[in-house]
Every structure is written in C-alpha cells, then in structure tokens.
Design a protein around this ligand. Structure first.
Ligand SMILES: [Zn+2]
Length: 411
C-alpha cells in the first residue's frame, strides 16, 4: 500500500467515526416514564440534548415503573453542607463538593446554592475561592448555578443572630461584597441581610441592581424598615420564623410585616422541627403556593450518625433530625434534605404533591431567574427525579441532571 492510500483510509476512518458520533448525538433521544407529579397520570418524557423534548400521555407504565412519580428536580437555595462536607469550612475542597453534590443527587436535589454564613473577611474570601471552582467544573457545574451568602450583615442581637457568631457580624460594606463577588466569579446570587442595620437599604439597592436577590433574615426589622427594604428590591424572607428571638412583641415583630407584604416570598424549613406544623400552615395560608419556597438549611452534618461534633469553634449536637448548640439549646441548623420538606408540607397543610413540587422546584428557580429549569415542560432542562411517595416520605429512585442519569438507587 502506498502512502496516499494509507492516508486516504485514515481520513475515511476518521470521517466515519465522526459521522457515527454526530448521528448518535443528534438522535440521542432517551425516554423516561412515570406518573406525572401534577396529574398522577402516566407520561413518557423524551429527553434530547439535555432538554425535555416532549411530555406525552401513555396508556400505562411498565410493571417495573408502576409506582414511580416523575417531577422536576428539587432546587435548594439554602444548604450549608452535606455528609460531612461543610461548604464554608476551612477544609473545603473541590473533591468535597463533588461528594456532597453526589449525595444531594441521591436525595433528588438537582440544583442548589452552597450557602456560606457569617465569618471573617478572610474566611469568606477563602470559601468563595474554593466554591468558584464549581462554576466551571464539568461534573457538577450544572447543579451549582451560584451561592447564597447568609450574613455577615445581619442583626448582632442574640436570638435574631441565631447560630451566627457575633464577633463577625458587621455593617453592610459594598466594597467588601464586590471583593467577595470577584473571588466568587460573580457567583453570589442570593444574600441574606437585616434591613434595620445601618446602610442596609442603600446596600439592598446596589445588590438588586447588580442582579443579586436580597432576602431578609436574622433581623428584627420594624414594619417601616421591612417596607423600605422591599421598596429597595428585597424579594424574599430567609427561613421565616427562624433566626428570630424566642420572645417577641405580639403586635410589633418582624414576622407580621413579612407575612403581610405580597411582594415578599418566604423560604421555610419544613423539617418538622424548625417550625411547628401550625406555623407552616399559617405561613402557607398567608403566602400561598406561589410565594412559598422550601429549603433544607441543612448543615454539613446532615446524613451523618447522631452524636456530638465540633464545628468551627463550637460544639454541636446532631440529633436524628436537627443540629443544636447544646449549651444555649439553640437550633444551629437542619439535618434533613429538602425532600423531607416536600412530604412534610403535604402532611402539615394538606396541599397536593403538585403544590409541594412547585414550592421545592418552580418557585426557587423563578426567584433566582433560572428560567431553564423548575418545571416539567418541553424546552426546559431535563432535570428530573423519579420517586415513590410512601406515607409522605419521598424516596428517590433516579435523578437526571441536564438529561444525564446521575443517580440510580440500587435494588
Ligand atoms: Zn439562618
């Protein structure tokens, strides 16, 4: 064989391989079946190029899928860590973030905002420097659209500051925030602050103008201060009913003005411990399905065995369901993934699964402006979960992120 023939064959070979590759890509459809979360009727969802191509009614599901419900993936806008990986911890690595993301996929979470709470400037810089790597990481970037900064511009008053360390709480500082945004590669999408502290309103204006969602939390704002913050563009209340003192004035407290302003959505921890079922029910009645968002607020200890742990500079106690500071008997955070809230809100309010999914998928996507996900709708990303609902407990069987199967429960 002469050289010309050899090179012709090589070129032909490469051409054929490329053709097969592109044919597979363009025809690379996959179908997933389940009971539609809203209608309860069997549907077949066709996935192509990471998106939902169509959602079609079918006669019935195959025997192996017969009880599986299909819904959009869960979106958790406040989560501090998972399975021992602390998103704000000094030992955080990209590997740790991979591990936590995989564990969250197994719990049906397809999008989340790693959340960093009040800390020193240097510590925050370090946290966001590591977190920023996720935004370009091919394996997990599709699940992490950005981050939530909870603090450090919150109330220093005991009760309202909750688990945040007083020594690091400070007044809003736009220059500091810009520095954090820079190391975070502009990934801070949501900030929780207190409206009553000096400079908070002007800071809120700037955040909203720069595309950051401002949420009111860990505060003791008056009705006027809350209204001013909402006028400035604040649109959310962080874990309403928590991050609040135990003893409050029955008329003048931060809860009523936040509940009564229709411009504010609320996030709630419906783990069954952070709020009573009556609070969940009342908040839900006041805000309705459209303005309620479920969050986990899970700490890194979530998923680990109960016991005493040391976190940062403090000792904490992990019970079956929550994390506490044993000395003050204050809740430090939750230990249940947001899927637990989906079942609980149905149980506490008698809302439908359709409503619960809206509060855990559609609403969080909407508040963050993530228009490509949060619904089971053609054209949107194929972020899907398949699960059973047994006695208000969501049991995840399969999770897809952008059309890729990232979790499948072993039988
Ligand atoms: Zn908090």
């Amino acid at each position: 064989m002469n050289n010309k023939k050899v090179s012709f064959k090589i070129v032909l070979g490469i051409f054929l391989l490329l053709s097969i590759f592109f044919m597979n890509e363009s025809n690379g459809q996959e179908t997933v079946e389940g009971l539609h979360f809203a209608t309860g009727k069997p549907v077949q969802v066709t996935i192509q190029d990471g998106k939902i191509l169509k959602v079609k009614s079918i006669e019935k599901l195959s025997v192996e899928n017969k009880n599986l419900i299909i819904a959009p993936g869960l979106i958790d806008i406040q989560i501090n860590g998972y399975m021992g990986v602390d998103f704000a911890g000094p030992d955080l690595t990209l590997d740790g973030l991979h591990k936590a993301t995989r564990e969250l996929w197994a719990n049906g979470v397809t999008t989340f905002l790693p959340t960093v709470i009040t800390n020193s400037h240097d510590r925050l810089i370090k946290s966001f420097t590591v977190l920023a790597q996720t935004l370009d990481d091919p394996e997990i970037r599709n699940s992490i659209p950005g981050f939530h900064l909870e603090g450090p511009y919150i109330s220093p008053v005991q009760g309202y500051r909750g688990a945040h360390l007083e020594k690091y709480i400070r007044k809003p500082d736009w220059n500091e925030f810009l520095e954090l945004q820079k190391v975070a590669h502009n990934g801070i999408k949501l900030i929780t602050l207190a409206p009553e502290i000096e400079g908070a309103i002007a800071f809120t204006h700037k955040c909203v103008k720069s595309g950051v969602v401002v949420s009111l939390g860990h505060h003791n704002g008056s009705a006027e201060e809350i209204t001013e913050a909402v006028d400035a563009g604040a649109s959310l209340c962080t874990h309403l009913g928590n991050g609040c003192a135990n003893m409050i004035n029955r008329h003048h407290n931060p809860i009523w003005p936040q509940l009564s302003d229709d411009r504010l959505s609320i996030s709630i921890i419906a783990d069954g411990y952070h709020l009573t079922k009556e609070e969940v029910r009342s908040f839900y009645k006041a805000k309705g399905v459209a303005r309620t968002i479920l969050i986990s607020d899970a700490l890194d200890l979530a998923g680990l065995p109960p016991g005493e742990y040391v976190r940062g500079e403090r000792k904490v106690l992990l019970t079956q369901h929550v994390v506490k500071f044993p000395a003050e008997n204050v809740l430090a955070g939750a230990a249940s993934p947001v899927s637990v809230g989906v079942g609980n809100i149905m149980k506490f309010t008698q809302c439908s699964l359709e409503n619960a999914i809206q509060m855990a998928c559609t609403n969080p996507a909407k508040i963050l402006g993530l228009n490509d996900r949060g619904k089971l709708k053609p054209g949107l990303r194929a972020d899907l979960i398949l699960f059973t609902l047994d006695d208000f407990k969501v049991n995840i069987k399969k999770t897809y992120v952008k059309g890729e199967l990232v979790f499948e429960k072993q039988k």
